[in-house]
Ligand binder design. Structure first.
Ligand code: CA
Length: 227
């Protein structure tokens, strides 16, 4: 999951980034509204954490512009207490949630998770496909009741496939959402990691349907087997 943090206070921005990283999320930081809007409108993020008072464009202006452009990425607004009115306006402008500064990181994390879960798994910490279950809170994966150990990257890759179940995902899209930009990732690397995942979630379960499908020339799909 790739998150964009738009916040001009470097200390806050960097501590959010660090905290999210520890939870396995990839994030980028923009310190001005202009840079934030440019990134938000050109890169594929899964969530934006957006401060309101920013140099360049304000948080509300960014929200308005994105929604006008039919960009429906979830937006979590950060506001200072005295910006209460702006916060309420934020909802009118198309923001999804808000958090008042100062906030506890656990609160930010809870709201981040809730927003990332929308709209496919509104009420659950669990993502499933057939008898495969991933708990995104405890970082556990099981299939047919058996626990599966995954590396951090394998977990992120499987999480992305689960969130986009039954949809064909290109290698490029996987690279954008699962790996950091600074990592030198080739389409070949994706193949290698898909291979690792298969050897853990499909191959040991010979009597169960295969969940990871290769769509030749397009990419991959995690498929719910027909019942
Ligand atoms: Ca600010």
């Amino acid at each position: 999951m790739r998150i964009l943090i738009v916040e001009d206070e470097h200390k806050i921005a960097n501590s959010i980034k660090q905290g999210l990283q520890q939870e396995g999320y990839i994030s980028d930081v923009a310190y001005t509204g202009t840079e934030g809007y440019d990134l938000a409108s050109s890169e594929p993020y899964d969530l934006i954490i957006l401060d309101l008072m920013l140099p360049g464009l304000t948080g509300l202006e960014i929200t308005t512009k994105l929604r006008q452009a039919e960009n429906h990425i979830p937006i979590l607004i950060l506001t200072a207490k005295n910006e209460l009115e702006d916060k309420l306006r934020g909802f009118d402008y198309g923001a999804d949630d808000y958090l008042t500064k100062p906030f506890a990181f656990t609160e930010l994390l809870a709201r981040t998770r809730a927003l990332l879960r929308r709209p496919k798994n509104l009420s659950s910490e669990e993502l499933t496909c057939s008898d495969l279950t991933m708990n995104i809170k405890t970082f556990t994966v099981t299939r047919n009741g058996q626990t599966i150990d995954l590396s951090k990257t394998e977990f992120s890759l499987l999480e992305y496939l689960l969130r986009n179940k039954n949809t064909v995902i290109t290698k490029e899209r996987l690279i954008e959402h699962v790996w950091n930009y600074d990592a030198d990732i080739l389409p070949n690397t994706v193949e290698v990691y898909i291979g690792y995942l298969r050897s853990k979630i499909d191959k040991p379960f010979r009597h169960q349907p295969r969940l990871i499908k290769t769509i030749r020339g397009f990419g991959y799909k995690l498929e719910e087997p027909n019942v």
